[in-house]
Structures are given as C-alpha cells and as structure tokens.
Design a binder for this molecule. Structure first.
Ligand code: SF4
Ligand code: SF4
Length: 351
C-alpha cells in the first residue's frame, strides 16, 4: 500500500501509544530465552530477539480455549468468542508464513468461528530478519525468509530508522496521527532494496535439494528404514509439535462443575507424537509405534499439507530442532531421505 519511515528513537513512544489502546503482545526475555507475551510498555519489548520458544500462533489458536459454557437446568449454551483487539509486534516472517497456513486450515470450507474471531481482531506488525535467528533455522531453504503479505505493518531495520511497509487500512490506522512517521522518499526505497539484497548471503541454504521436490521425495520414502531409526530415538515427548508454528491438532474436553449442572467445553493443543493420539473406539491404534508417528509428522510437514492446502507444513523456524532432546531435526531428516534416494545408500542421520 505505502512505505513510511519511523525513527528508532520514536519507536518507544509509538509502542506506548499502542499499549494505551490495545492488548499488545511481543517478544520479551524470560529466564534466558524469549517468549511472546503481553507487554504494557515499550521497555518490555525486545525486537532484536533470536526466536521465541512458543510461536505467536497462540494469539490466533490459544493453547487452551473455552469454546462455550452450558447449563443443564436452563438448557442454555453460551458461545465464547474472544474479540479483544490485539496487536502482535515483532513477528518473524517464518511465523507469518505459518499464520498463512493456519488461515487456510481454519477458514477452509467450514470456518472455525473461534479462530476467525481472533484473526479479525488481531493486527500483525512483523519484522524483517536480517541475520539468521539461530543455528537451527532454515527459512531460506523453505522460502520463508521474507514475506510480501500477511501483515498489517512490516518493519525493516535501516540503521537509525525503520522502514514501515503499510499493507492494510487498519495497519495505516495504527500509525495515524503519529507525527514522527514520515512518508518514504525515493532514497528510502533504495535503502530498503540495499538492506534486502545484502541480507540474502547471510542465510545458508541447509537443504541439499530444492524444497519443491520435498513432497515427491516423501512419496517415494514411505517405506524408508529411516522412520524406524527415528522411532528408536524419539522419546514421544511432543515438544517438537508443542513449539511448532504450523501444528494445529487439538483435543476437546468438557469440564463440569461439582453440581453436574453447569460446565464448559474446552479445546487444547494435542500432539500426533503422543501415545494413543490415533487410538479409536474398539482399541485400534493407527499409529501405535513411535516410528509411525515420526513418519506421520514429517509427512504432515512436507507432503500432506501441500496436498490439502497448497502450502508446506514446515516454515523452517528450527524450533523443533532446538527443543528435541535427541536431536531429531527436519533438516537432517529430509537431507537423509534425499541422500538415501539419490545415492541409494543408508546415509546416517546425525545422533
Ligand atoms: S521432540 Fe524429539 S523426542 Fe520429543 S516427540 Fe519430538 S522428535 Fe520425539
Ligand atoms: S517442523 Fe520444526 S522447523 Fe518446521 S515449522 Fe515446525 S517447528 Fe519450525
């Protein structure tokens, strides 16, 4: 839509202004790591964060959410939709791509009202990554190193100033009346282009093949012995799925009060890596072994989501690799499958 320029020295005043009128969330330090959490003043925000443990998807799809409450005596059912106006600041582009996938999942066919309520009331202010955020990220290989849409405002660090890409009307309203934000000049556009072209060589390509080959690579790897090897190592702890910005499996449970008259229905994140996740009535478990669950996870990331929604299910954020206690990573897994297929060898996945 338009480009504006915001002096860095004015950012705290702008963030404080946002905090006065909205629930604002952003990256902030906690116990030596970073999380997305609510901030009440600019002093809490740390935009130069490496990555966060849990992605910002929790503002669209909370870890636990009440769907509705009910009463037996009156037969009343009251839906609960969270429509708090929220601004999420400092979203990395990999997480933007993940939100794009979640949009397709929750708004495909039957729209999920709860997701929709969060989405419509959440403004996203993203930020361009100019250096890799951590050793495990592989966003360049997954095509998520940049984003052209999916945000309301997008910040690019120009040194003493931020270029602010204004992509929506409601994004423009966040800057409305904030005097230090000026329209960009031609020179500013050149500065943005220079910063963007300089950043590319800083990011390594970590997949040994082009990512467009990933769905077909998986198709021919269904019976690979690699899945058994990963199953031997996997602890079934579900950390990899808990931290993943594209995982969206959930469970639903009713919580009833002690009178058995009233209660509420909750949904909460679930994980395909947990024992019994795929158990059905009659006792059959479709993915009883860890090997099958690992295979399912990586097929979801590299093939099933592409088949269903036209987007890869992995955005290369590296969080799962960071979280896994036994070093099972998407990069090592996909590269091992590739080398086994192309060289017909049993290439090792690094333990
Ligand atoms: S984090 Fe690692 S050990 Fe835990 S379920 Fe995922 S792959 Fe298995
Ligand atoms: S699979 Fe791992 S690297 Fe890929 S999006 Fe999920 S957490 Fe990030």
């Amino acid at each position: 839509m338009s480009l504006r320029v915001l002096p860095k020295a004015a950012l705290p005043a702008w963030v404080d202004q946002l905090c006065a009128g909205h629930r604002v969330a952003g990256p902030k330090p906690l116990h030596g790591q970073h999380i997305f959490g609510e901030i009440h003043s600019s002093s809490e925000l740390e935009l130069g964060y490496p990555t966060t443990v849990i992605p910002p998807k929790k503002y669209l799809f909370p870890q636990v959410e009440e769907l509705f409450s009910f009463r037996k005596d009156t037969g009343e059912i009251t839906p609960k939709l969270d429509a708090r106006p929220t601004v999420v600041l400092g979203v990395h582009t990999c997480d933007l791509h993940a939100m794009h996938l979640l949009d397709r999942v929750f708004q495909n066919g039957y729209t999920d009202q709860h997701y929709q309520a969060h989405r419509e009331n959440t403004l996203v202010v993203s930020i361009e990554c100019l250096v890799p955020c951590m050793e495990h990220s592989f966003c360049k290989s997954m095509g998520t190193l940049s984003a052209t849409d999916g945000f309301d405002l997008h910040l690019t660090d120009l040194g003493e100033e931020y270029a602010v890409d204004v992509d929506t009307e409601r994004g423009a309203r966040l800057l409305e009346g904030f005097a230090p934000a000026r329209p960009a000049t031609e020179d500013d556009y050149h500065r943005v282009n220079r910063v963007m072209s300089e950043k590319w060589p800083r990011f390594p390509l970590r997949l040994d093949f082009d990512v467009t080959e990933l769905p077909s690579l998986l198709s021919v790897s269904y019976d690979s012995k690699l899945w058994d090897e990963l199953g031997e190592r996997c602890l079934a702890c579900a950390m990899c799925t808990n931290v993943c910005p594209t995982c969206y499996c959930f469970n639903v449970a009713d919580e009833v009060d002690l009178t058995l008259n009233a209660g509420r229905r909750l949904r909460m994140w679930d994980s395909c890596q947990l024992d019994k996740f795929a158990s059905v009535a009659g006792g059959h478990d479709f993915r009883k072994t860890r090997a099958r669950r690992q295979r399912h996870r990586f097929f979801r990331k590299g093939k099933y989501q592409t088949d269903a929604f036209g987007l890869l299910g992995c955005v290369g954020c590296g969080r799962c690799a960071q979280a896994c206690l036994v070093n099972i990573t998407p990069v090592d897994t996909f590269n091992a499958l590739y080398h086994r297929q192309t060289q017909n060898t049993q290439a090792e996945v690094r333990p």
